[in-house]
Ligand binder design. Structure first.
Ligand code: MN
Length: 262
C-alpha cells in the first residue's frame, strides 16, 4: 500500500512523524506537508501566486516534501505533480487538538482529507485531544487502530469517495472504544481577547474547545463531540458534497435525475 501523508501543523511537526512511523507497517509512505504551520486555513488553496516544493529531511533524517502552501495545496500538488500514480490512502495529521463540530470547517487537517476524497482517494484525517502529547507514539498507535477499522469496513464501499474524520480523546490506560459518529454543527464557546498587533491594540480569537468540553451548547447525544468527551475515539464519515438532500426535497423543486443517486 502506498500512503500519502500530510498535515496542517507543518512538515516538522513531531505528531506527523509519529503517524509516519506507525503507517510504515502498511507499506510505503510519502510525506508532502506544508512548510509552515497552517492550522485554521480550512480548504484554502494558493492560485494567485506560485508555490514551491522542496525536499527536506525530518529530525530523524527521513525525506519529505515541504510545500510552501496550504494542506489542500499539498494534496493537490502531490496528486498532480509529485506522484506517478494515485496513492491507495491519504492520511492527514495527527493534528494537535480535536477537529469536532464547527472546527471541521476551519481545519486544514480535515480539508486535506476532503481534498483527497474529492480526487477519489480513501482519505482519513486524524486529530487528538492531546495538546502536548508526552507520548506521541501511543497516540499514533491509537490512530492506526482507528485506521484498521476504517480499512476493514471501507473496503466494500470503494470506490465511494469518502473522507473519514478521526478524533482521539485524552488517552488513559487501555484502548479507548471506537465509535462511528455523525458530525453535528455544534456551537462552542469562543471570544476575542485583547491583543496588540504591530503596536496597535487589536484582538485575538480564543478557541479553547479542542476536546469537546467547550461544545456545551446544542450538543446532540451520540455525535462526534459527545463521543470524544466521553473518552471514545470518534470516526465520522464525511462527504465532499454539502447538499442538504432533505432540504432540497422539502423546497419542492424537482431534482435532476442524475442527482438522485448521489
Ligand atoms: Mn493544526
Amino acid at each position: 500500500m502506498h500512503v500519502l501523508l500530510t498535515n496542517d501543523d507543518g512538515v516538522f511537526a513531531p505528531a506527523l512523524w509519529a503517524l509516519h512511523d506507525e503507517l510504515q507497517c502498511l507499506g510505503r509512505v510519502t510525506v508532502v506537508a506544508p512548510r509552515t504551520q497552517q492550522s485554521g486555513v480550512g480548504h484554502a488553496i494558493t492560485y494567485l501566486s506560485p508555490i514551491t516544493a522542496q525536499r527536506v529531511r525530518s529530525e530523524q533524517g527521513r525525506e519529505a516534501y515541504a510545500v510552501d502552501g496550504t494542506p489542500a495545496d499539498c494534496v493537490k500538488f502531490a496528486l498532480l505533480e509529485l506522484l506517478s500514480e494515485p496513492p491507495d490512502l491519504l492520511a492527514s495529521g495527527i493534528n494537535m487538538g480535536c477537529n469536532l463540530g464547527h472546527n471541521i470547517f476551519y481545519s486544514g487537517t480535515v480539508a486535506a482529507a476532503v481534498e483527497g476524497a474529492m480526487n477519489g482517494i480513501l482519505s482519513v484525517a486524524f486529530s487528538s485531544s492531546h495538546a502536548n502529547a508526552p507520548d506521541l507514539s501511543r497516540v499514533a498507535r491509537q490512530c492506526l487502530r482507528a485506521l484498521e477499522v476504517i480499512l476493514e469496513r471501507a473496503e466494500a464501499r470503494r470506490p465511494l469517495a469518502l473522507a473519514y474524520n478521526v478524533n482521539l480523546p485524552t488517552l488513559r490506560d487501555g484502548d479507548p472504544r471506537i465509535l462511528f459518529t455523525p458530525h453535528r454543527v455544534t456551537a462552542f464557546r469562543e471570544h476575542y481577547l485583547p491583543a496588540e498587533k504591530d503596536g496597535t491594540p487589536g484582538y485575538r480569537l480564543d478557541m479553547t474547545s479542542a476536546d469537546g468540553q467547550g461544545h456545551a451548547a446544542r450538543r446532540t447525544a451520540g455525535c462526534d463531540v459527545d463521543a470524544v468527551a466521553a473518552g471514545m475515539i470518534s470516526i465520522t464519515p464525511l462527504r465532499p458534497c454539502l447538499t442538504d438532500m432533505d432540504a432540497l426535497e422539502r423546497l419542492g423543486l424537482c431534482r435532476p435525475p442524475d442527482l438522485q443517486s448521489d
